[in-house]
Design a binder for this molecule. Structure first.
Ligand code: ARG
Length: 575
């Protein structure tokens, strides 16, 4: 049995015997190593119910646990500390046994078997004929990492991309292409979006002088909706031109989608699926008219009303989202968990959307999740895609690779790419996603700090040690260290590494269940630091403990690599 389960069962038993029922027992990994491998606050929680001193209760519980000692064979020590926590230390035998498991699992270390939970993780979702913004970059990176983590904990994951490929802006875009554009130039260009954006900007400049253009744009959108051949042809071209660029970015980032043949279901897919949504809303009496438009008003004005149909009968972003989420229930099953990775600026919108979906009886509590990300700040200025100060993602990625090439010893282009992209991803994932991030090249590529290159460098270091050691790490077994005496003699840095390593699967689970890749980043950074400390302090090759140290090195390498891969980051062998 796993030590964690063992602790939970014994705690429950001890509480039962003390007549304490119905308290939630939670176990955590203490932040400070001196607080053991697991810690529980159950005595603090129970003391409130029993109106007892928490520390006294913790002491009583520890006594009870010690008398039940046989139920905790994998625990070395249990201790009560003020104000009432109980800390547990794993036995070294257990640690080594678990390490052996890790070795045997190899690339699957950290991965769990399949469960029945299904989820749609929707991320990236850029807009056709608009720049792929740094906001979309964040969504792509964070969404992909969350999808990987959920897959690792056994969920079935559908990866979707809700492309913004429909809406009134296409009327203006089509007008602008016809008026000022050059289709063959657009066809040939490898940065067609730039040209499309220029045309779009020109439309607005001209419309300022001549307001009748707005009406012309509206007409073209109407034509598009009515299936006009020319309108449809140009719209499709916009999609093709944009996808050409987006696909390059996804390739660069190593990110994929599974739905709709890998393209994702964009907004346009739902164009003919909105009528039924409107009638669903009508049936439930949720639609009200106001100045010709149709809106959902929320009970007790919990949120501002959400517009579903404009005066002129046109549908909106929200209407298409509702159609999308209805489709998802039908396609993936009524228990599907739907996650949207979208910027925090759409928080209110998603609250409104989720509320409507609840009012419609479609989704239950916990089935709809908005993972928000904060902004990128670039020298204190919000990176904006509007007006002159557009930041082109291609340029950012190219710059990352250029700088990474200067960093790596190995002047391998592929390595430079993996380091550059890895650096950007790590910078994005290492903090709670809701926080804003500062885009600072020095921090992103800092080999000494909490950065992607530091993790990759540590991995490469493990590989170079393994290449030099005389021990065949594939053959070596942890079991040869089970001798009690040897275990007693483990150095503190060795024990610390052992204790950290075996937590990996639980960290992956925690990161997945909380949709929080930063939990995994924190862990990996801590592990890498511990390894580097161990490496600086102890000789590995040629030491009396060569075999054990080689194995530790091997598992550290495997764990960093598995962890980085879950974050969507490559781990080059050499750097
Ligand atoms: N295309 C939108 C944008 O760029 C993001 C779409 C988010 N997903 C959704 N289901 N609404 O702002």
């Amino acid at each position: 049995m796993l030590a964690k389960e063992e602790i939970l069962i014994s705690l429950k038993k001890a509480l039962d015997e003390m007549g304490i029922k119905d308290v939630k027992i939670s176990l955590e990994h203490p932040k400070i190593e001196a607080h053991g491998d697991y810690s529980t606050n159950v005595a603090l929680v129970a003391s409130k119910i029993l109106k007892k001193n928490p520390f006294d209760l913790a002491l009583e519980l520890v006594e009870k646990l010690n008398s039940l000692h046989s139920t905790l064979p994998n625990i070395d020590k249990v201790e009560a500390v003020k104000p009432g926590f109980i800390n547990f230390w794993l036995s070294k035998e257990y640690l080594t046994k678990e390490l052996q498991e890790a070795i045997d699992k190899g690339i699957n270390f950290g991965t769990q078997s399949k469960t029945t939970t299904k989820t749609v993780v929707e991320y990236s979702s850029p807009n056709i004929a608009k720049p792929f913004t740094v906001g979309h970059l964040r969504s792509t990176i964070i969404g992909d990492a969350i999808a990987n983590l959920l897959e690792a904990i056994g969920w079935t994951v559908y990866r979707d991309n809700h492309l913004g490929d429909w809406g009134t802006q296409f009327g203006k875009q089509i007008y602008a292409i016809k008026e000022w554009g050059n289709e063959s130039e657009l066809d040939k260009s490898d940065r067609p979006i730039k040209l499309l954006v220029d045309l779009y900007v020109k439309f607005h400049e001209e419309a300022e002088k001549n307001p009748s253009l707005e009406e012309k744009g509206r007409k073209w959108f109407k034509k598009l909706e009515d299936g006009d051949i020319e309108a449809k042809r140009l719209w499709e071209k916009c999609v093709v031109w944009s996808l050409k660029e987006f696909k390059k970015i996804y390739e660069e980032l190593g990110v994929k989608f599974t739905e709709n043949n890998g393209t994702g279901y964009g907004e346009s897919f739902f164009e003919d699926k909105m009528g039924i949504v409107i009638s669903d809303l009508e049936k439930k009496g949720l639609l009200k008219e106001s100045e010709g438009a149709r809106l959902v008003f929320f009970p007790k004005d919990k949120y501002p009303p959400l517009m579903i149909m404009k005066q002129d009968g046109a549908t909106l972003y929200a209407t298409r989202d509702l159609a999308t989420d209805k489709f998802r229930l039908e396609k993936y099953g009524k228990d599907v968990v739907v996650i949207n990775e979208v910027g925090a600026e759409q928080s209110l919108y998603f609250k409104q959307l989720f509320e409507v979906e609840k009012l419609l009886g479609w989704y239950k509590e916990g089935q709809r999740i908005h993972i928000k990300h904060g902004l990128y700040r670039f020298k204190d200025k919000k990176m904006s895609t509007r007006k002159g100060n557009t930041i082109w993602l291609e340029d950012v990625l190219a710059e990352a690779e250029k700088r990474a090439a200067g960093l790596a010893k190995d002047k391998d282009l592929l390595v430079a790419k993996e380091v550059g992209i890895g650096a950007i991803k790590w910078n994005d994932l290492k903090k709670n996603s809701e926080q804003d991030i500062v885009f600072d090249w020095d921090e992103i590529l800092n080999m000494q700090g909490n950065s992607g290159p530091y993790l990759q460098y540590t991995f490469a270091r493990t590989q170079s040690v393994l290449a030099k050691t005389g021990i065949d790490s594939g053959q070596a077994r942890m079991t040869s260290f089970w001798g009690a005496e040897r275990l007693r003699n483990l150095k503190p840095e060795e024990v610390s590494l052992l204790r950290t390593l075996i937590k990996f699967p639980e960290v992956v689970e925690e990161a997945g269940k909380n949709f929080a890749p930063n939990i995994l980043c924190n862990y990996l950074f801590d592990l890498a630091q511990k390894f580097n400390l161990f490496y600086e302090k102890h000789k590995i090759i040629g030491s009396e403990n060569e075999e054990l140290r080689t194995l530790l090195t091997k598992v550290v390498g495997q764990t960093i690599k598995n962890g980085l891969n879950l974050l969507g980051i490559q781990a080059p062998e050499k750097m």
